[in-house]
Every structure is written in C-alpha cells, then in structure tokens.
Design a protein around this ligand. Structure first.
Ligand SMILES: Nc1ncnc2c1ncn2[C@@H]1O[C@H](COP(=O)(O)OP(=O)(O)OP(=O)(O)O)[C@@H](O)[C@H]1O
Length: 756
C-alpha cells in the first residue's frame, strides 16, 4: 500500500466518488524543485544581504516623516492604558504562577549565593588582617628581596590562622561560583518557560479572533508581538531574576547592611549617594518603558512592511520597484532607529551620572576610611572589606540601573502583549512546555505539520470527525433570512436584505459582476463575519457566533474552498488532511482522487510526502486549487462552499471536478465567473450590488426577457464568437458540449462581461 507521510494508517474512509471522465497521462511536474526545502523567506542570504544593504546605507528621513501608529480598527480598539497596565501585571503573574516552585527555588538559591558572595570581602579582610598580624606588612628583609622564593617550600612557615583564612576564602569562592551556575540555569529556564507559555496564549488568542480583527490589524504587528515582544520579556525575566536585577538589589542591600553593622560611620558615607541613585533609577524605568513601547510599535510596522513586500517579491521585481521598496523600508526602520538613539542617549546619561555618583562615594569612603585607619580606629583589613563591599554596591547599583532599563523595556513589551491577551482567557495558560503535546492537544498523525495548533485544530478535528460521515441524519438546509451586512469599520451595506434558501443536496450558484458581494455571502455562511441584521440558519438553527474561536463552519458540518487557494508549508498529505489531522491514508487518497489531484501528486518527487513550500509556492495555481478541493472533500461535509475553485484549472480538469461535485449529496454553494461551471446548478442567483437581482433554474433565467443572466450568457457567447472559436452552445442548452467548448475557448468571465 502507498504510504503517505504524516498521515495515519487506518480504515478505508471515503464515500468520495471519482468522476471517471478524465484518465489521462499525468503531465510532468517541472515546477517541483528537486530538493524541496522550506525556509523562512527572511532568512535567505539574498534577503539578508538586501536588508543589510538598505540598513547600511540608511539615510535618516526627516523628523516625523513616518507615521508610527499601528492601525487597529475602532471595533478592536485596544483597552485603555490603565486597563492594559492592570492586564499586564495580571498576565505576568498568571503566566509565572505555574512555575512558582522553580521561582521559589531560584530565589532561595540566589539568596544563598549572595550570602557566599558577601562573605567574600569579609574573608579577604580576614586574610589581610592575619597577614598584618603576622608582620606581613612590614618591610621585606634584604634576603627575601634577593630571592623571593626562598623558604616558600617550608609548610611549617605557613601559620595556621593564615591557612584557616585562606580556606574560608576558597569556600566562599567555590560556593558562590556553584550557586551562580545554578541560579543562572534556573533563571534562564524560567525565562524560557515563561516565553513558551506566553507565546502559546498569544497564538491561541490571536488565531481565534474573528475575521474582522485580521482585516484591520497588520499581520506584522501580530508577529512582532509574538516574537520580538515575547523575546524581550524572556530575556528580561532571566536577567532580572538571575543575572542583574534581584541579585544586584540583594547584593547592594546586603553590602550596605554589612557595612552598617561593621562600620556604621562608613555606612553613612555609602548611603549618602543612595537618594540620587534611586531618583535616577526611577526615571530609567519610566522613560525607557515609554520609549520602548513606541519603538516596538515601529519595529512591528517595519516587520509588517518587509514581510508583505517579500511575500510579493515577484510583483515588486516585475514593476522594478526594488529601490523604492528598499527606500520605504529604510524610512520606516529609520524611525525606529531614531527612537533607539534617543533611548541610547538617555541610557548613556543615566549610566554616566550613576557612575559619577558611585565614584564620588568611593572617593569619600576611601578618604574618610583612610583617616580612621590612620587614627587607629579601624583595621586596614576592615577598610579593605568595606571598600570591596562598596565596589559591590557601585557595580550592583549600575547593574540595577541597567536591569531596570531592561525592565522598562519589558513593561512596554508586556503591555503590547496584554493588549491582546486577557489574563485567564487562555486554556493553555497553565500548560508547561511540552504538556500540550503530552495532553494530545496538538495534531496527531500529521502532527509534524506546521499547522499544528491548540484548540482550533482540535475543534476542526472533532468537527471533521463529526462531519466525516454524510449520515442520513445530515440534512444541509441553508436559509438566509433578510441578511444585512457591512464590513466592520465601513459605512456601506455590502449585503442588502438577502433572502435565499438552499434545500438539502441542492446546488446554488452565485454569479454576477465583480464586487457584487458573492464572496461576502459565502463568508457570512461560513460564519467568518456576523450579519448586523437578519440571520442565517443551518438546518433550522442559527449559526453560532464566530468570535469565540474558529468559525462556525466546521462545527455545523460545512467545508469550504476559498477564492485564494491557501496552502501552508508542509507535505501534500498534510495539506489534504488539514481539516482532519488524524485522517487515514485511504481518506487522503480518496479525497485526492476525487479532486483529481492524485495524478499530479504521484508525479511529485516524494509523492504525498513532497513539501509544497511556503504558501505552496512549488505548485501551480491549478494544482493548489485541486489540493484545496481535496482538503474540503476529505471532510465529507453536508454543506460545501466553493468560491471560484476551478478558475485556474484547464477545461478537462474543471469538468472532472464538476462531475465529482455533482455526484456528492452535499448541499453546495458555488461561486463562479465562468458560466460553464454553474450550468448544472439547481438554482442560479445573480448577485449585483449586494442584492439578488434574479434567481431561478438556468432554463428559467434564460427565458427571462432582458434578464441579467441571459445578458451575461449572450455577452459571453458574443465574446467567444468574436474570438473566432465558434458557438458556445451554452445558450442553446447543450450543457455538456457547450460548457467544455466555451471554457476551452477561454469563455469570458461573467463578471468582466457584465461590467462591460
Ligand atoms: N474585508 C473587507 N473589508 C471591507 N470591504 C470589503 C472586504 N471584502 C470585500 N469588501 C467589499 O465588499 C464588496 C463585495 O466584495 P466581494 O468580494 O464579496 O465581491 P464578489 O462579488 O465576490 O467579487 P469577485 O467576483 O470579484 O470575487 C466589494 O465592494 C469589496 O470592496
């Protein structure tokens, strides 16, 4: 048996009939690369070179040349800054909560490590004082100056107190180094787990948003929140807990406390610089979080711009717009650069002022401490220890400043994430890394597919399983009852009081001029948008709302092939089983055969295991359409929505697929510009300006004197005759020959004709 990679082996699934009309030798497949590879576009060397080039030659545009606001439609306006801040705090706490044992352990290890670190200056001071008490600070005898190694081998010459002091010093060093290693590991792990969990929540939230959200939100901004912002958070968490923030705060506090206990007078000198530094630190957090929030917005805009242009690189090159596009990207990125420069300048000032304050403190400490030693009020070892403590304090404070700068960055990033994720709304919020897979929420079978996802996939899978049997109980009646719709954020109605009924098993064809509203009607039926007035019923039940996750379509037994056949990186088998990740090999094969895709798939280098590349770039338009059709057919749904699904197919393939579709018992809503595609529909509705201009069977519509459908057919015939190809015959009522002949001659699109 043919083994399909990524597809479960299983029972023979499929009542899909393959129309027998077109058995022909499969064509070669020149477009398939010999060694298909899926690579993120932005990582190709050429792209990197071009981006690097444009960045290296960056001329900074005029101030204010680039708008930095990321557009979000009024319908999806972000929450107020206060709400966002509150959400951000709760989100951080909730995301960290599952890791509290690790967090607590890391903090304990940190405190222990700091204790060993703080013992270090005391141990140094002790070594120094022992050396002094043994006369070690006296002038060296002349013999020792002549031979510095004389007498070093005699163990008896090393005093016991000196050995003890050295042992203490070594213990401090070893324990503090081991503790540091442990804390570093734990804090990095915490950061990674936090980021993993947050990304899961973010993706789950974003992907479940209604279609209107995506219409109004730049994808680059979403990707930036998912990547750049989460990375900032992950790095900051690890840094703040393990490397600089907490550690430095503890060290500074501990060092100050130890100085205060040991040398209260010197502690006062150290403390004198604290108010100045704390003012500086506060301003770092506030200013840097504001700058970084805007900086990330601009970075997202540049990312959006670059990814869109790179995904349309053919158009850019065909219109020789490379220079223009690179310049526009440069201008966008420069805006971010200016903000980063402000941030760097601000950071530099803070850093310099902080160091100056610390150095002044050190000088004062040495001056005052030195005086105390001269007066014999403290030992040299004590002064040394206090100075090492002071070093800790100065290094610690500048680390705290830098870390708080990063924290400000993280606050900005967290706020951007919290604009999308409402704390507690995500089902994956408590899942630790790896738990989702263990719980089986990711794809099975075709699990390696890049489309693996949380609840949406699971929902699709369940629904697909439910819809997999075109059971007798399945009905498929569809009713549009006085449906009115306008796209969110727009003022004009696109669908005006639509009333249509599809009986179970019927085929309804929507035809009409481009922009008339056909695809919008299909999108409404699929639950991608909600009508503002009226309702849509499936088997007498109103469609459930789409806003709570995936569209209502699969749940009520619908499958669709959309106008743009969208494939995602993965194997051919994974494309076909996308709606039902656990589909068996037989189901995939049956669907591929029904969609007349099997022949070309068998010709691909790895058959069903061939990678189709990003967005299926390794396939032709017609091949992509056939895989999209197979994907829908595999679900064996009771309702099929097909929007221009054969527009890129040759005549023979189109007829074969039409035959397959005719043999299905599903209710079908078909949108087509080629009239030959819809000639066999039970009902044809001509949609114009968001209204059904006329409806009836093909024969009825052809008899309508002055009717629009009749005009469309007539104009199509005229155009075809004018092309010198002869009579279509479609108007003569000969479905079989006329459709094929008309299409073969490149029958003009009804929409184009209608608009002439
Ligand atoms: N996401 C959207 N936001 C705002 N307006 C939209 C959106 N999608 C479509 N429209 C508008 O709705 C109207 C109907 O578009 P629709 O795509 O439904 O027409 P159509 O009949 O399917 O066209 P075609 O035959 O060219 O595919 C058009 O005026 C279009 O500009």
């Amino acid at each position: 048996m043919l083994r399909l990679p990524g597809v479960a082996k299983g029972r023979l699934g499929g009542a899909l009939a393959v129309a027998p009309c077109c058995r022909r030798p499969p064509p070669p497949h020149p477009r398939t690369p010999a060694a298909p590879a899926v690579r993120p576009l932005v990582s190709t060397p050429a792209v990197q070179r071009s981006l690097r080039h444009s960045l290296q030659h960056a001329r900074l545009p005029q101030r204010g040349a680039t708008p930095v606001v990321v557009a979000v439609a009024a319908d999806f306006a972000p929450p107020s800054p206060e709400q966002t801040r509150g959400n951000a705090v709760r989100l951080a706490v909730e995301t960290l909560r599952p890791d509290w044992p690790l967090l607590a352990f890391t903090c304990l290890a940190l405190v222990a490590t700091i204790a060993f670190t703080l013992a270090f200056p005391l141990a140094i001071g002790e070594v120094f004082d022992v050396v002094r008490s043994q006369g070690g600070l006296a002038d060296a005898p002349a013999a020792a100056v002549a031979n510095p190694f004389s007498g070093l081998g005699a163990a008896s010459s090393v005093p016991g107190s000196f050995r003890t002091a050295l042992a203490k010093l070594s213990a401090c060093l070893v324990l503090s180094a081991s503790g540091n290693a442990l804390v570093s590991y734990c804090s990095t792990l915490l950061g990674e787990r936090f980021a993993h969990r947050l990304k899961g929540q973010l993706m789950e939230t974003i992907i479940a948003r209604p279609q209107a959200f995506f219409d109004s939100t730049p994808k680059g901004d979403l990707v930036a929140r998912l990547t750049l912002d989460v990375q900032v958070l992950q790095a900051t968490l690890a840094d703040f807990i393990g490397q600089r923030g907490f550690r430095s705060m503890f060290e500074v506090t501990g060092a100050l406390a130890l100085i205060a206990v040991q040398q209260p007078l010197l502690a006062l000198v150290s403390l004198a610089i604290t108010p100045l530094l704390s003012r500086l630190l506060r301003s770092v957090v506030v200013r840097s979080s504001a700058i970084i929030y805007r900086r990330q917005q601009v970075a997202a805009e540049a990312l959006q711009y670059a990814s869109e242009r790179l995904s349309q690189v053919q158009t850019v090159q065909v219109f020789a717009a490379e220079g223009r596009e690179a310049g526009a990207f440069e201008a966008l990125d420069s805006s971010g650069y200016r903000m980063a420069r402000r941030y760097a300048f601000f950071q530099g000032i803070v850093e310099g002022a902080g160091r100056l304050a610390v150095n002044v403190g050190t000088m004062a400490l040495l001056g005052f401490g030195g005086l105390l030693v001269i007066q014999g009020r403290i030992s040299v070892g004590a002064l040394l220890a206090v100075n090492v403590f002071n070093l800790f304090i100065s290094i610690g404070l500048s680390s705290v400043a830098a870390s708080l700068g990063e924290l400000g960055k993280a606050v900005g990033a967290l706020e951007r994430v919290a604009e999308l994720v409402v704390p507690g709304s995500s089902s994956s919020s408590s899942a630790a890394p790896g738990e989702a897979e263990a719980a089986g929420t990711s794809d099975s079978g075709a699990a390696a597919a890049p489309h693996a996802g949380g609840s949406s996939s699971a929902a699709a899978s369940d629904a697909a399983a439910a819809g997999a049997a075109p059971a007798a109980s399945a009905s498929g009646r569809v009713e549009f009852e006085d449906v009115w719709f306008k796209y969110p954020g727009t003022s004009d109605w696109v669908v005006h009081g639509l009333n249509l009924t599809l009986l179970p098993g019927q085929t309804l064809a929507l035809v009409g001029p481009s922009g008339g509203g056909k695809s919008t009607i299909a999108a409404l039926l699929l639950g991608l948008y909600q009508p503002q007035r009226g309702r849509i019923l499936v088997d007498g039940q109103p469609l459930p709302p789409a806003a709570d996750g995936s569209s209502a379509a699969v749940g009520v037994g619908m499958a669709a092939v959309l106008q743009q056949p969208m494939l995602m990186a993965g194997t051919v088998a994974q494309q076909i089983s996308y709606g039902k990740p656990g589909a068996s090999e037989e189901e995939v094969l049956a669907a591929a055969r029904a969609a007349h895709a099997d022949e070309f798939v068998q010709q691909l280098p790895q058959g069903y295991g061939t990678e189709v590349g990003e967005r299926g770039h390794a396939l032709s338009g017609g091949q992509k359409q056939r895989l999209s059709i197979a994907r829908a057919l595999l679900l064996q749904s009771k309702i099929l929505v097909l929007d221009e699904v054969t527009s890129a197919l040759d005549v023979t393939s189109e007829r074969c697929i039409s035959d397959t579709l005719r043999s299905l018992t599903s209710t079908k809503l078909i949108i087509a510009h080629r009239l030959s595609t819809v000639r066999r529909a039970d009902v044809i509705a001509v949609v114009e300006g968001g209204r059904v201009a006329e409806t009836g069977s093909r024969a009825e519509l052809l008899q309508l004197e002055g009717g629009m459908y009749r005009r469309l057919v007539h104009t199509a015939d005229m155009a075809w005759v004018a092309s010198g190809a002869g009579s279509d015959g479609s108007s003569s009522g000969s479905d079989d020959e006329g459709g094929a002949a008309g299409a073969a001659a490149g029958e003009p699109a009804a929409a184009a004709v209608a608009s002439t």
